[in-house]
Design a protein around this ligand. Structure first.
Ligand code: ADP
Ligand code: UDP
Length: 465
């Protein structure tokens, strides 16, 4: 997996650092002047910060792979708090703090500053931030960094992004960066690439084995790369809304899903947020985001108007109305009941579709390739049904839960996973341009389920929180 770095090594000096410890910490005298005992860093605030249950993203990649650039875009789109470890260290140097000259030398040499320093800086920033979603850029650089963070902060990242970039490209970008950095020169870059390979790749490997790594090919324009990053956070429930905000059918479900596909399922461990405001919880269970203030009559007309308004916020309003209009007396003007009904209607339709696909495939005279595609579809539908069931169950137990935001985020993730499964099936059919009648029927029914799922997700996204 990591061959690429090694095989593209002509720009790297062949001389290895004298020892990994040396590469990691610089020199022992400096290191020993920091206490390595945990209690020195565990301040009173640590426990409460952990209790905030923040969403933590580590952003990794070699020097110049585009971490900072993509972090900026993530901040703009998803509102994370961006903490660049390198930037925090440079600020520390500029403020002439204790050990500033050792830090400067370490950075000039492309080595790694002791974990105690970096973790303390990160910890201070996180604890003093109002945000609960963090992008920690350029950290952890070593296994030692990783362990120190986990031990001292007491948390693990939810997601780890890895910008995978060929060395030649990284070198080119660093040398063109032009930010006056002491380490943006060919000699230091060569050393940093070596340190990256020896010390950072094991960290990346560690998170890969733990299923937390999202590897992104960092070659392409900044925007192209961001389009690969976007779905990672969309699937976490952070910004599904943007795709569903438009009422026009011209926003195609498929184009939206293109990006989501690689990442939706089991993508991120979503976090609970105990700071979720009590007033918002109240709102969720009482008032309706779709209720028109002018319609106060508690009549079937009110309920129908409510449904129409709600359906207008989905990608497929007509389908939304058709599928839910017989439930207006149950839904009334309650957003939660509306979402619940939309989900149960989708689940029922998905279960029927699954059976239909199985029967159609048995009855049809399918080629081996077609049968293979259909079998994949049956499997995908099975997964999708599991996700929808899980979502419906969680939605049913929201009332009284202490973790409403956590649950709603989970539901969004599961539903996006369901949607992904459904479109993976139809894409399988489309990609092979199969014209068989049976296959066409299968495709049509599954597209219908995907549209219902999309609508249910859009309604969920409109919940007032
Ligand atoms: N996709 C890209 N294509 C070309 N240049 C890029 C791209 N992404 C970033 N850059 C440029 O490369 C340099 C390094 O990017 P930066 O985000 O600082 O990387 P890192 O934080 O990983 O060191 C910057 O000058 C940046 O403008
Ligand atoms: O956790 C960290 C992050 C950075 N650095 C030092 O700071 C330099 C610059 O890091 P930065 O992340 O800013 O560089 P980039 O990868 O963005 O080029 C690194 O080479 C290291 O010397 C460090 O010691 N520990």
């Amino acid at each position: 997996m990591w061959r690429r770095v090694t095989s593209l090594s002509p720009v790297i000096s062949t001389s290895k650092p004298a020892s990994l410890d040396q590469a990691a910490s610089g020199f022992k005298i400096w290191r020993s002047s920091f206490s390595t005992e945990t209690p020195t860093l565990v301040k009173d605030g640590t426990t409460s910060f952990k209790e905030r249950n923040p969403f933590i993203t580590f952003v990794l990649g070699g020097p110049g792979s585009g971490k900072g650039t993509q972090c900026q875009k993530i901040v703009e789109t998803f509102g994370f708090k961006h903490l660049s470890a390198g930037e925090l260290l440079r600020r520390e140097i500029d403020s002439n703090s204790e050990h500033w000259s050792q830090m400067l030398n370490t950075i000039k040499e492309g080595r790694i500053v002791p974990s105690e320093v970096t973790v303390r800086l990160i910890q201070q920033e996180m604890e003093s931030s109002d945000s609960n979603k963090f992008l920690i850029d350029g950290f952890p650089r070593t296994e030692e960094n990783r362990i120190a963070f986990e031990q001292l902060i007491g948390l693990e990242p939810n997601v780890v992004l890895f910008f995978d970039c060929p060395e030649e490209e990284m070198v080119k970008r660093v040398l063109n960066r032009n930010q006056g950095r002491v380490d943006d020169n060919i000699d230091t870059v060569k050393k940093r690439l070596k340190v990256f390979e020896i010390l950072n790749l094991p960290v990346i490997d560690y998170y890969s084995k733990r299923g937390k790594l999202r590897k992104i090919n960092a070659v392409g324009t900044e925007d192209e790369i961001f389009e690969k990053v976007r779905p990672i956070f969309s699937a976490c429930g952070y910004q599904f809304l943007y795709a569903f905000d438009s009422n026009t059918d011209s926003v195609k479900l498929k184009s939206f899903l293109k990006g989501v596909k690689l990442s939706a399922k089991g993508l991120c461990k979503l976090h609970s947020d105990k700071h979720f405001s009590a007033s918002r919880i109240k709102l969720l269970f009482s008032a309706s985001g779709f209720t028109d203030a002018t319609t106060t009559k508690n009549s079937s007309e009110t309920y129908t108007n409510y449904l129409k308004k709600a359906c207008n916020s989905t990608l497929y309003p007509q389908l939304c109305l058709e599928s839910l209009s017989s439930y207006t007396s149950t839904i009334k003007t309650n957003d939660l009941k509306l979402c619940s009904k939309a989900l149960s209607v989708t689940l029922k339709a998905a279960s029927n579709t699954s059976k239909l696909v199985t029967n159609l495939s048995k009855g049809g005279n399918l080629s081996k390739t077609e049968a293979g595609i259909v079998q994949d579809c049956i499997d995908e539908m099975g997964d999708s049904i599991d996700m929808l069931k899980q979502s419906l169950k969680a939605l049913g137990s929201l009332n009284g839960s202490d973790h409403i935001q956590f649950q709603i985020s989970n539901i969004k993730t599961w539903m996006s996973a369901a949607l992904t499964d459904e479109t993976t099936c139809t894409d399988g059919i489309d990609e092979r341009k199969i014209s068989d009648e049976v296959m066409r029927k299968i495709r049509k029914t599954i597209v219908n389920i995907a549209m219902l799922t999309s609508n249910a997700l859009a309604l969920l996204n409109k919940l007032p929180y």
